[in-house]
Each structure stands twice: as C-alpha cells, then as structure tokens.
Design a binder for this molecule. Sequence first.
Ligand SMILES: [Cu+2]
Length: 349
Amino acid sequence: MSLPPIGRRTFVAEAAGGLLLCTLGGKRFSTNEEVSVETLNEGLEVPPKVAAARANGGTAPGQAVLAKATATNEYWIQAEQMKWDIVPKGRDQMMGVQVKGKTTFKAWGYRLYSANFAQPLGKATVPGPLLEANVGETVTVHFRSKLDTPVTMHPHGLQYSVDMDGAYKGKYTDPGGFVQKGDEVTYIWEAVPSAEGVWWYHDHGPSEPLPVYKGLFGPIIVRDPNKPRPDKEFFVAFHSFQPAATGLNQPFYCINGRAYTGNTPNLKANVGDDVAFHVYAVDDYFHTFHIHGHRWVPPVGGPTIDNVTLGPGDVTTARFTEDNPGRWLYHCHVWSHIVQGMSGWYIVE
Ligand SMILES: [Cu+2]
C-alpha cells in the first residue's frame, strides 16, 4: 500500500499508559521510539503555491478584510528549537518526592522578537507568547522558522481570509501553511466582534501534530475594551509531552510546559480580586479543569460548577470573585493525568 508522503497519519493514544502510537508518512512509531523530523520529511514535496512564492522572492502578505480596523497589534515570532526541562525543580513539591528519569528534551517553541526581528524578547517558551487584541483591531504576525521541518501558526477564533489559515493542505497549501527554515510570512487576522474571548494558536504544518506535541502552541485573547478586565488573569494550557515527541522514557501531563506542583505555574491572587482562569486543551486527550475551594458560573451560563470538561481544542474561562484564602490546588481531574504531573498551586492571600 502506498501512502502520500505526509498527508495520511493517525494518532492513537492511551491516557493511562501514556502510550502514543502513531503513523506518520506511512511509518509507524511506538512509545519507545522518538519520531524524527528527518524521517517525517522524507518525500515531502513543496506545494506549488509555496514554490511559486519562493521563486518570486518571498511570500506576499494577506489582505485585511476588516474595513475599519482601529489598530494593529503587530508581533514578530520565530519558531525555534530549545532545551526544555519539564520538571526544572526535579521534585513533585506536593508529594515531596523526586521525579525520576530524564526530564529535559529538545522542545520547539514560539519566540517573541522586537520589531523587524531586531532582537529576541526573552527565550522561546512553551506555550508561546500571548497574542492580544481588542475587538475591531487586527493581529499581524510576522512569522519565520529556524526549524528543519516546515511549520506554521494557525489561530482559532479570529477572522481571516483562506490564505491566512496557516494550515498545510497538500497541493492547495498557501505560503502561510508551509513555512520552511529561514522563510518568513505575514499573517493578518482580525478580531471581529464575534471573536471576543479566549482562543489558542498552534502549528498546522505538514508534520502536525508532532510540532504541537513538541511545544508549538500558545494563547490568544480578544477583549471588549468597554468591559471590566479581571484583576488577575491566568492562561493555562493543558497538554502532554509524550515519548514519541520528546524521546524521554515516560509521558508527562503538563500545565504550560511543566509537570508536577512546584514546577507548573504557581498562580497567585488576593481576596477580593476578580479572577479569571483561561484554560485550553492542546493534545489528544480530554481534560477537566478543577480548582479546590472555588466555584463559578460557566461562560455559557447554567448551574454553578467547580469542574469542567475540555475536549481537544476546547477553551474555557473560570471567572469568580476571590473569597477564600489559602494554598489551593488547581488541576486536571483525570486521575492518570494528575499522577503524571497535571497539577499546580493556586495561592490566595
Ligand atoms: Cu488531563
């Protein structure tokens, strides 16, 4: 049976064992085998529109279709490889135990730069930088890559024309859907009124979902400037680092690139604060977001809850007035994910 070079792939994942079995480019990979970019790229053809744009000396920026954009939020972002420690403290602070085994690998991250890529603004991180806009504004991202495999940025929630999709579509791929090493594209996305809320972006290139599993994702928020902003606002990515993406010998269930209390973000608020947790789910699993000692009415209304289910790609906001001081836990309530790292401290003073 012959398969197209990259287009056909399936990921079969099992939460409890952290098993990640996948078929990429017609090749099968198992838990103990790190998927190599070189293998992935074998036989990968440059889509015709991408090749044509390159032959013309670059990729054309897209057309903004929002007639009365009030402002442009402009970002310069580069995809890079970096050393990333999933458990930098080496311990699960809550359990008071050491996390055994290797926890550092070569992750991929989105790195923010100053205008015209003059200089990096900090390190590449997992997740990538927050993209912000008010309704009626545009988000412009100048994106380039230092990675060996073509990658992209694909936003959820925002409005854009089809060439701004940042997605690989085989021979129908636009330049923004196949950004090769050293190339640069400009994405223009619009914060139309219906885009108000929290979203996320991620790689959607020909090797997906591997780059996403290596760290290529980040949050987006579109605000109505006439509505009050929370006093404390947290962006929380629920995801996992699987052996097939890391080459490590165990899976880690993570919050913002880290696993286990004391390593995952220590979130802090004060009594009286208007607090918002924006939570998005990145990988193949369903996750549930839970905070101890607190409850909230979900954005869609309905009964008060203290636990909410997120499927892959889902985003939710838990917003409440803080009234309960102490050292609390926030975590995914899938038990097998908790014991593999998906838990953090929420400290209220
Ligand atoms: Cu989970």
